[in-house]
Ligand binder design. Structure first.
Ligand code: PMP
Length: 289
């Protein structure tokens, strides 16, 4: 059975959904997106994702395609139509269709597309056993805080990781790790301090990052938001990544070097557990309303 997807006001079978060849998302990657996780059919931390969507839209002087209320209603309707229990919902806004010209067209109608993807979030093998990463030069543009659909550099990075027999790539700029190809990157020092890159234009301001740093504080974990090097990472007690589609995945190998003897460490395990508890709490609370 094919999925139902949402395209500009219509719920359609995925094979019937169409976008103009003049859509600026297609021609210029002139669009932004969000991925929210879904557990037990319930959106997790979605308000924060919509807040970041507005930030991305603002940075590009793009109009919101609909009110937040309508966006959430559409997300929920799509989740229901696809009977999505566990996975993610993808939402993309582009500047719309206009004759090809670099400057922003006046009066173009933004385009809104959504689809769901089934994904094992709670019981993922990577969450339990960890992943391996390689480091690569960060060749992306310098406004990584805007969540645009221009994702060719991360595609190249993930493909290079796959070729090298690794699960993902961490990006290096000026000798320091910025983030993962589609996630934020962390190391844990031997004294238990969690170290992750500070916010700025160099990284995406991860919604899961924000939640994890808050959760870490609640259990008195010390946090340092600062740049760290691949050497710092090789010598770390633990490493991990966060994103809406992984929650927390431990990293047990970096550039062939085992981290923490190549085993999942207690800090990553605990933070993953705390995040899942928080998410399930949100599920329970939303069930009441
Ligand atoms: N950094 C990058 C480059 C990403 O693509 C993502 C996921 N979209 C993240 C970080 C994690 O962000 P979030 O926790 O909001 O999913």
């Amino acid at each position: 059975m094919s999925r139902t997807v949402y395209v500009n006001g219509a719920y359609l079978a995925e094979e019937d959904a169409k976008i103009s060849v003049f859509d600026r998302g297609f021609l210029f990657a002139d669009g932004v997106y969000e991925v929210s996780s879904v557990l037990k059919g319930t959106l997790i931390d979605n308000e924060a994702h919509l807040a970041r969507l507005h930030r991305s839209l603002n940075e590009l002087e793009m109009e919101p395609p609909a009110s937040d209320e309508d966006i959430v209603a559409t997300q929920k309707e799509l989740i229901a139509r696809n009977e999505l229990e566990e996975g993610v919902i993808y939402l993309q806004v582009t500047r719309g269709a206009a004759d090809r010209d670099f400057t922003y067209p006046e009066g173009a109608t933004p385009s809104l597309v959504m689809f769901t993807q089934v994904k094992n979030l709670l019981e993922s093998p990577q969450g339990a056993n960890g992943i391996s990463v390689i480091t690569l030069p960060d060749i992306r543009w310098t406004r990584r805080d805007i969540k645009t659909v221009g994702l060719l550099a991360p595609c190249m990075a993930k493909q290079a990781a796959k070729k090298a027999g690794a699960d993902d790539a961490w990006m290096v700029e000026d000798g320091h790790i910025t983030e993962g190809s589609s996630n934020n990157a962390y190391i844990v020092a031997h004294d238990g301090t969690v170290i992750t890159r500070q916010l700025g234009n160099e990284i995406l301001h991860g919604i899961t990052r924000k939640a994890i740093l808050k959760l870490a504080e609640t259990i008195q974990i010390k946090i340092e938001e600062r740049p760290f090097t691949p050497d710092d990472a090789y010598d770390a007690a633990e490493a991990f990544i966060t994103s809406a589609s992984t929650f927390v995945w431990p990293v047990v190998e970096i550039d062939g070097n085992p981290i923490g003897h190549g085993k999942v460490g207690p800090v990553a395990r605990r933070l993953r557990q705390l995040y899942i508890e928080m998410a399930l709490q949100e599920v329970a609370e939303q069930a009441k309303t």
